[in-house]
Design a protein around this ligand. Structure first.
Ligand code: ADP
Ligand code: MG
Length: 419
């Protein structure tokens, strides 16, 4: 990991009057509303407004570029078009945002040539383009040619090697810098790795150990305690000898590219053996039986204490949330924390019967005097459900990127943004 965080930043760059290509991460799951699509949550757009206003104050014109979702390259799919995003941005900043139906090409170049200071243009989803996902170098060069300068604000898309990420920056060397959001994301996560205020509490939930084991291995030496919940705790409970029945657990798989095998229970067992004194597992869990139609019978919901009885689930029962004793324990540890990083719901929070653990944790982290950083797409969902989007020191806009950063991997875009 390169700890040279001397980023080229917006405030130390003279961009007066320039045509700025502002690379943002407006990767928003749009919601169908009649025959249209709307932006259900504008957090990712809002987070870039300070940079947009800064550029406008510098008499720049702005060309916005992002990908959204996972469309099939070469096709134009309505639910992945940027139009609703452009409309939402226009509403937020109170000025027009012109949306083009293309990302590159003659029409785009013509429109860009016409831009006047203060004009804002939004280009179409980069993932509609063939070559984007494969980081086609020619496409990277074409994208770089769109503006006079690149301001990188897309923290959440900075962990991918695409034409519109590293490809674009490769062809923008000496004329790119980090935007205000990018600078904030990087410096806050960097602070967690370098000088967190102890006690540092790492709170991990969610579904897949494979997404989070890198972070666990890197962070465990830096934190005082790890609190586990959600389906992420399941392989640890299994490794500790409990029968978790048909609870959600990641299956063993082989990574063809790396030639490695991933076995969540083996990883959990190794972590428990080496770092067991730091890892806290739930004291109790909420279980319920899954019906044939996939729903959970309300009458089957029960709380199971974890202790002498090794059988946590019987029959069709699954672990679906942390229980009240666990909430209490975790709340007290969170209240005494100096620093907290939280990623991953504590249970199947989309079902209100199993949301109590996640909501309690969201509230506890918000109430803690410790420095709180929250990341993760679904975790953001919990935070929104709790009405606490503004309650943390930092709510990261990049789930995967923040996990990758805290795993000690250097985000591929960063090397282009150093001084
Ligand atoms: P994030 O996006 O915040 O990183 P993840 O994607 O890792 O979080 O996991 C979130 C998903 O995990 C949610 O859909 C949630 O319902 C699910 N989940 C958490 N705990 C459980 C559980 N015990 N059983 C089934 N699903 C769970
Ligand atoms: Mg997720």
């Amino acid at each position: 990991m390169n700890f040279n965080m001397n980023l080229n930043t917006l405030t130390t760059t003279d961009l007066r009057g320039k045509k700025v290509l502002l690379r943002v991460a407006y990767d928003i799951t749009l919601q169908a509303a009649g025959d249209q699509f709307i932006v259900p949550d504008d957090g990712r757009i809002r987070a870039t407004v300070p940079t947009i206003n800064y550029l406008l104050a510098q008499d720049c014109s702005i060309i916005l570029l992002s990908w959204l979702g996972r469309p099939t390259p070469g096709l134009i799919e309505e639910q992945y078009k940027m139009d609703p995003v452009a409309a939402k941005l226009a509403e937020l900043i109170g000025r027009p945002v012109k949306k083009l139906d293309a990302t590159v090409g003659a029409q785009v170049t013509e429109e860009i040539a016409k831009l006047r200071p203060g004009d804002i243009l939004m280009l179409e989803n980069t993932r509609f383009l063939v070559g984007e996902n494969e980081a086609d170098p020619q496409l990277g060069a074409e994208l770089a040619a769109l503006g006079e300068y690149v301001v990188w604000e897309a923290f959440a898309q900075g962990h991918r090697v695409h034409a519109s990420t590293t490809g674009l920056l490769e062809h923008s060397q000496g004329k790119c810098c980090a935007g205000l959001l990018m600078e904030k994301e990087v410096s806050i996560l960097q602070g967690l790795l370098l000088n967190p205020q102890p006690p540092f509490v790492l709170l991990l939930g969610g579904a897949k150990v494979s997404d989070k084991s890198g972070l666990l291995y890197t962070m465990i030496s830096k934190v005082e305690v790890v609190l586990l919940g959600g389906a992420l705790a399941n392989p640890f409970l299994k490794a500790a000898g409990y029968n978790i029945g048909v609870s959600l657990i990641e299956s063993v798989y082989v990574d063809q590219a790396k030639g490695t095998k991933f076995d969540a229970v083996a990883v959990a067992s190794e972590l428990l053996k080496d770092q067991g004194d730091k890892i806290k597992l739930p004291l109790d869990v909420v279980v319920a039986s899954k019906s044939a139609d996939g729903s959970f019978d309300k009458n089957s919901i029960r709380i199971v204490e974890i202790g002498q009885n090794k059988d946590l689930c019987v029959g069709a029962e699954m672990i679906l949330d942390i229980g009240p004793a666990t909430r209490k324990l975790y709340e007290s540890i969170i209240a005494a924390a100096g620093t907290i990083f939280w990623n991953g719901p504590m249970g199947l929070f989309e079902n209100s019967d199993f949301a109590a653990g996640s909501l309690a944790i969201a509230r506890a982290v918000a109430a803690s005097p410790g420095f709180s950083v929250v990341g993760g797409g679904d975790t953001e969902g919990v935070v929104r459900m709790a009405g606490l989007s503004q309650a943390y020191d930092h709510l990261s806009t990049g789930g995967g990127a923040s996990l990758s950063f805290l795993s000690g991997e250097e985000l591929p875009v960063l090397k282009y943004l150093y001084k």
